[in-house]
Design a protein around this ligand. Structure first.
Ligand code: 13P
Ligand code: SF4
Length: 331
């Protein structure tokens, strides 16, 4: 078979048609064993992809897995910054991403050139960056964080330490409120978490008076103010499992509902309504990955993440710092 490598440049993936009679779940399992490959999937992936994954998690859990896996190949069912993080932590391994165009609006909101200038305006500040950023931004960062550990990482620093927090202004504003510390915030946001309608959520809460609102800290502060629980995707999932409530309105990407419903089939999960006519809150980048693309990617071992070794070195330090702090804090 002649692989059309140009496809990857133009489309972001190998455009090879897959025989519709193939049982892709079975074929993917077979390929994983043959190639000593592991599939790491974020909760925002399609249900099918979550069901073939070896590990499903939030950004922190996925980077911890990427750092410790013994597999020769990591197939990252997520977006580019996540696959890059896996490559940075395991540069000797082949890291595959089913669709290289799976980017992130938040990462795009923080270009490295502009951020370098911003950082130069605050020379005495430590830079904490949310993992949802490019490797170039990580290379300009002192400590990376995720939504699972951002609060603890900030609280582990002396009060006198001045901080720049990038790139998510919503998570940053939430952390300023929680810690009571001033931080200089970069003005970025996630298109998915900014789409929820406060009015529609309030109406929904009236219709379901026992439903609790679970929100990701990437949501705007007006939504967070009325939330019953705020946390990362893993935090939201765990809360829904451990809490006695039976009804939950979920203000994060709709993919997480698959694991929530699987873990608590008797409970009701309602996706928080967006401020437009769309029925769901899907991340268009996360959803570029499909089971067919994942199958081709594992079969042909393309597309793979390629990075400059110098960039890997520079971006690795703040990620390793995050993993070390998280380990010490038992996260
Ligand atoms: P977590 O995985 O930390 O919950 O973040 C969600 C997200 O937006 C990933 O893109
Ligand atoms: Fe980026 Fe938002 Fe999609 Fe996460 S949900 S990958 S932050 S655009």
């Amino acid at each position: 078979m002649n692989l059309n490598i140009n496809d990857i440049e133009e489309k972001g993936y190998l455009d090879i048609s897959v025989n519709p009679s193939l049982d892709l779940f079975h074929e993917i399992e077979k390929l994983k064993k043959e190639k000593n490959a592991v599939i790491l999937a974020h909760y925002y992936q399609d249900a099918d992809i979550q069901d073939v994954a070896d590990y499903i998690g939030d950004s922190l859990g996925l980077s911890q897995q990427a750092a410790k896996t013994n597999a020769a190949i990591i197939v990252f069912a997520g977006v580019q910054f996540m696959a890059e993080t896996a490559k940075i932590l395991s540069p000797q391994k082949k890291v595959l991403l089913p669709d290289l165009k799976a980017g992130c609006s938040l990462a795009d909101a923080c270009p490295a050139d502009a951020f370098k200038k911003f950082k130069a305006l605050h020379p005495d500040h430590l830079v904490i960056s949310y993992v949802n950023c490019s490797a170039e931004i990580k290379a300009l960062t002192d400590i990376v964080c995720t939504s699972s550990n951002a609060l603890q990482i900030i609280e582990s620093l002396p009060l006198s330490q001045k901080i720049i927090f990038a790139p998510d202004k919503n998570l940053g504003t939430y952390l300023v409120k929680k810690t009571g510390r001033e931080m200089v915030l970069w003005d970025g946001s996630c298109m998915v978490h900014e789409i929820f309608s406060l009015e529609k959520i309030i109406q929904l809460k009236k219709k379901h008076p026992n439903a609790q609102l679970l929100a990701h800290p990437e949501c705007e502060s007006s939504i967070l103010q009325i939330a019953d629980y705020i946390g990362s995707t893993t935090g939201i999932l765990n809360y829904s499992v451990n809490n006695n409530g039976q009804e939950f309105i979920v203000a994060t990407e709709a993919g997480i509902l698959h694991q929530m419903q699987k873990a608590s089939p008797q409970k009701t999960f309602i996706p928080a309504p967006p401020n437009n006519a769309c029925a769901c809150n899907d991340c268009p980048y996360m959803k570029l990955n499909t089971l067919e693309k994942l199958y081709n990617c594992l079969k042909y071992e393309l597309p793979a993440i390629e990075m400059d070794p110098m960039l890997i070195e520079a971006a690795k330090k703040p990620i390793v710092r995050m993993l070390d702090i998280s380990e010490k804090l038992g996260l």
